[in-house]
Design a protein around this ligand. Structure first.
Ligand SMILES: Nc1ncnc2c1ncn2[C@@H]1O[C@H](COP(=O)(O)OP(=O)(O)OP(=O)(O)O)[C@@H](O)[C@H]1O
Length: 262
């Protein structure tokens, strides 16, 4: 018998303007697993992540997190939920005017921690976990793309989260740096016993880190299974995605931001 899911997404619907982004998306995520979420560019994966931290409310549907439907929560009720979730944004979202140390310490100070020794020890531990000892006084502008991601990750785990959300953690990184980020995702899963949800287009990364994979297609869960099941299927939609093939529809898909004024 399956254990209770840590997060249960039930029949989520969302629209932006007239565009239906999620059309009854459902997904169970279990404690301690790394779930990789695949899907076409512009398909709604980042929008879905924003629902998980309460930055967007669905039109209908539920997100049950540790037994409670968080879609009904107000900002105050969401605060303790957000503390349990570390988010690695696509661009890292570091504060460029702050040192690495201050970036990583930021969530602690935000939550009212004033004891400098506690802050120093936690920042030290978090930077150690992402192999960034000795870089704490650098400014983000002086870091490589991979290092920026690792700083953002240190900030996301400064108070050990129950869940880490990764939005395209290897995008824009070379294969070697991507590999180090993949290893880090795996290592954190083990060290922190954390549940991870990773949005990516990177199939190498997916094969490296996934315990389970879901494919979001046309607003719905098209596939949910193990890597073995993903690679074993002959379903053409999944195969095109896994093998990186475009379809005629993709060639003629409307551009994201058509310049209608011209
Ligand atoms: N704030 C917003 N305002 C208007 N449209 C938005 C907004 N955020 C997302 N969208 C639209 O919602 C759709 C889904 O976007 P989303 O970023 O979730 O896709 P994605 O699957 O994460 O894509 P990618 O893999 O390219 O990052 C897109 O068509 C996007 O243009």
């Amino acid at each position: 018998m399956n254990p209770e899911p840590l997060i249960s997404v039930r029949d989520l619907h969302q629209k932006i303007g007239r565009q239906e982004i999620l059309r009854g998306f459902s997904l169970d995520i279990f404690k301690g697993e790394t779930l990789v979420l695949l899907g076409k560019s512009g398909g709604g994966k980042s929008v879905f992540l924003r629902h998980l931290i309460g930055l967007m409310k669905p039109i209908s549907g539920q997100i049950v997190f540790e037994g409670d439907d968080i879609t009904k929560y107000n900002e105050r009720e969401l605060e303790p939920v957000r503390r349990k979730i570390g988010m690695l944004f696509q661009d890292g979202a570091l504060f460029d005017s702050m040192t690495v140390y201050e970036n990583v310490a930021f969530p602690l100070r935000e939550r009212g921690e004033r004891n400098e020794k506690v802050i120093r020890d936690k920042v030290h531990d978090a930077l150690g976990m992402v192999n960034l000892h000795g870089h704490d006084q650098k400014m983000p502008v002086n870091l490589s793309g991979g290092m920026r991601k690792r700083v953002a990750l240190a900030r996301a785990i400064i108070s050990p989260p129950h869940v880490i959300l990764y939005d395209e953690p290897t995008a824009g990184l070379d294969p070697i740096v991507s590999d180090s980020i993949n290893r880090l995702i795996r290592r954190l899963q083990k060290q922190l016993a954390v549940t991870s949800i990773v949005v990516t287009h990177d199939m190498i990364s997916c094969d490296h880190i996934a315990d389970r994979v879901a494919l979001l297609n046309e607003g719905k869960r098209y596939f949910h299974g193990t890597l073995q099941e993903l690679h074993g299927t002959q379903d053409p939609v999944i195969r095109n995605f896994v093998d990186g093939k475009s379809t005629d529809d993709d060639d003629f898909a409307p551009l994201d931001s058509p310049n209608e004024d011209n």
